[in-house]
Design a binder for this molecule. Structure first.
Ligand SMILES: NC(=O)c1ccc[n+]([C@@H]2O[C@H](COP(=O)([O-])OP(=O)(O)OC[C@H]3O[C@@H](n4cnc5c(N)ncnc54)[C@H](O)[C@@H]3O)[C@@H](O)[C@H]2O)c1
Length: 276
């Protein structure tokens, strides 16, 4: 499992107003590689561990993995295997899957959760450096493709498997001045549908999870600023920010038998952000 990723709404109010200033200033607070916290990936893995599953957690931040092992996953030492690497690196991903299968024997589920928004320079199309666009697409799209590419042969052979790709509300609407991120999440949703269409015959389900605004290390810089937090809340009818537990609960549902007839779907959990 990589812990390291509805209808289009195009109301004109979405492209202007407070959201513009919020998203245009977006810059992750934590540099990759040495950051603390795994965001949604931590709670998804923890939830699977607490119900007795074995989990392989893969993230570019070795430090975050070590911290999770020592703190949140200390009671699950035998069940959790952590490996650091880059989801956009083909060799890293194949090594992970190879090791995971050797150590665990089989893989029933894959959660592609790793994702980045890009730096503050990843803005509207004409100002985004090509290298920034490539970086966001590499992690958010190539990373999902590689994880599935490596795992699907194994699932197809066993004629069973469930994949959850963490997309975003940005797969449905364009976040202002977040062209690369928006593009990448739209692509993740289409990748998800492709696999659902191509592999359903073999008993494989592949769905997308589309969170709205969730409080994680990714959004900490934004939500820690009271003015910006107020602006964000003003755009969410439910008037609350989602939690990592909300994402984990939705992921657990998509992985469960309760979702056995969902395939190629996008599960939105956004406090109705997309409705206005
Ligand atoms: N937080 C939100 O509001 C929100 C909303 C919608 C969707 N999402 C999506 O949820 C997913 C998780 O986001 P989060 O909020 O937990 O973010 P986060 O930044 O807290 O966690 C992302 C994780 O991905 C890892 N990662 C980044 N690049 C990687 C790479 N190249 N290889 C391996 N691991 C890598 C990071 O180290 C980090 O642990 C992302 O796909 C994100 O786009 C988040």
């Amino acid at each position: 499992m990589n812990c390291s990723s509805i209808q289009p709404i195009s109301s004109s109010s979405r492209a202007c107003g407070p959201a513009r200033s919020i998203w245009s200033d977006y810059e992750p607070a934590c540099g990759r590689g040495d950051r603390s916290g795994l965001g949604n990936g931590l709670t998804i893995a923890s939830r699977l561990l607490s119900r007795g599953d074995s989990v392989v957690a893969f993230d570019v931040s070795a430090k975050a993995l070590v911290e999770c092992e020592a703190e949140q996953w200390a009671d699950h030492r035998d069940a959790v295997l952590t490996m650091s690497g880059d989801v956009s690196d083909e060799a890293d991903v194949y090594h992970l899957i190879d090791q995971a299968l050797k150590r665990r024997g089989k893989g029933d589920v894959l959660v592609n959760n790793a994702g980045i928004t890009g730096s503050q320079f990843a803005s509207d199309v004409h100002t985004t450096p090509v290298s920034e666009f490539d970086k966001v697409m590499a992690v958010n799209v190539r990373g999902v493709f590689l994880g599935c590419h490596a795992v699907l042969p194994h699932m197809l052979e066993r004629r069973t498997g469930v994949i959850v790709n963490v997309a975003s509300a940005a797969g449905f609407v364009a976040f202002p001045k977040r062209a690369a991120y928006t593009t990448s999440k739209g692509a993740v949703m289409q990748l998800t549908r492709s696999m659902a269409v191509d592999d359903a015959h073999a008993g494989i389900r592949c769905n997308a999870l589309c969170p709205g605004m969730i409080e994680t290390p990714m959004t900490k810089w934004l939500l820690d600023q009271p003015d910006l937090r107020t602006q964000v809340l003003a755009r969410i009818p439910q008037n609350e920010i989602g939690t990592e537990d909300d994402v984990a609960a939705a992921a657990e549902f998509l992985l469960s038998e309760g979702a056995r007839y969902m395939n190629g779907s996008a599960l939105v959990m956004d406090g109705r952000y997309l409705a206005i």
